[in-house]
Design a protein around this ligand. Structure first.
Ligand SMILES: Cc1cc2nc3c(=O)[nH]c(=O)nc-3n(C[C@H](O)[C@H](O)[C@H](O)COP(=O)(O)O)c2cc1C
Length: 139
């Protein structure tokens, strides 16, 4: 099954081929809270996936979610009905001391340096969402 799942990965995800386990996270819109146009199944799947990744980390493993795979192939291999959205595959393995030769130079860079994060003030706002800067002003 593991080998079959690896065949669903996109080209850029060759690094996942050393995985020990692939976990498919899937859900359907009508199986979860729906309030008018607010669909919570994606949010809830993200929540459970985050906890799964935290637990894997706590166990000393490495877990990465990916979006680069064929959802149709995943459905076929795992027998998941078409009504379900395959939202992510979480790739779980042990941390390796050596960098795989399958990685591109960009992936090696990403593996060895933490990506820069957006500053907090760009993603969290106190009291009110900021008004756009007046036209012609310099940000
Ligand atoms: C929704 C989503 C899809 C992702 N898809 C891929 C992917 O297909 N290939 C990949 O190499 N990384 C992908 N990533 C990024 C990695 O899983 C990354 O390791 C993870 O976001 C945590 O790394 P960071 O904390 O350094 O950002 C994806 C991340 C997210 C959140």
């Amino acid at each position: 099954m593991l080998e079959k799942m690896k065949a669903t990965f996109s080209k850029g995800n060759v690094w996942c081929e050393a995985d020990s386990m692939v976990i498919a996270a899937f859900a359907e819109k009508d199986g979860d809270c729906l309030i008018k146009d607010r669909e919570y199944y994606l949010f809830d799947t993200g929540l459970q996936t985050a906890f799964l990744i935290l637990r894997a980390t706590e166990l000393g493993l490495v877990a990465h979610p990916i979006a680069g795979y064929s959802p149709q192939l995943v459905r076929e291999i795992l027998g998941i009905p078409d009504t379900m959205q395959v939202i992510t595959l979480v790739n779980v393995g042990k941390h390796s001391e050596t960098i795989s030769p399958a990685l591109s130079p960009k992936q090696v860079e990403q593996e060895t340096h933490r990506p820069e994060r957006l500053p907090l003030e760009q993603v969290a706002f106190f009291n009110r969402y900021p008004a756009p800067a007046p036209e012609g002003s310099i940000a």
